[in-house]
Design a protein around this ligand. Sequence first.
Ligand SMILES: [Fe+2]
Ligand SMILES: [Fe+2]
Length: 248
Amino acid sequence: MHDIRNATIKSIVTEDFRAAAIFEKHSLDFCCNGGITIERACAQRNVDARVVFTELEQLGNAGRDTMPKFTEWPLDELVQYIINVHHKYVREALPVIFAHTQKVATVHGANHPEVVEIARHFHIVAGEMQSHMMKEENILFPYIIALVKAKRHGVAAHRPPFGTAQNPIRMMEAEHQAAGAEMYAIRSLSANYTYPEDACTTYRVSYQELQQFELDLHQHVHLENNILFPKAIDLEKELLGMGEQVEA
Ligand SMILES: [Fe+2]
Ligand SMILES: [Fe+2]
């Protein structure tokens, strides 16, 4: 692992995906706000940075080779992986978690008002994620795949109707930030997904599902924000010479 004291947390995860689990454990955001050092991220979350450094150092090399090396994948394969794994999971999980959070809010809202707020936040996430993934799959991802194919086959790449990839990417990053903030609100309202003693099965299951959803969202957004998007911007510059940002 490179110099973890001066590196950004997103670059640490990009280089070694095993670090994601450690950052998750300490609520350190490596996907949307990962452009800062461990020390700074820990100060923001009131976490002892020494504990994080120790845990990262203890990772050693065990299991390192079994993790997918996403940074080495061709971008069209990475896009397909994101759709097949993360978009598929989100589409399956959204209606289930939505139904559970609504039910818990109806049944337990009087005694635990936070579950009403949690259902409201998840409703927002559900709506945002559906349209977000449609935009990626219908606009940005096909353009990235077209760039990859142009380079692979040595043919000319065409300028997109949206000016440059940086325009939809900026929008996607803002939407990631918004979804991440909603899930962080849910995490805070639920005291890190800790259910009360009197929680029924649906209540417990909904908290486990929300936690799993947030974990998947972080990995999903990491692949897009920290690997796919910067590489797509570089590829576009290489093929079309778009060095400067163009406003839509
Ligand atoms: Fe996505
Ligand atoms: Fe996305």
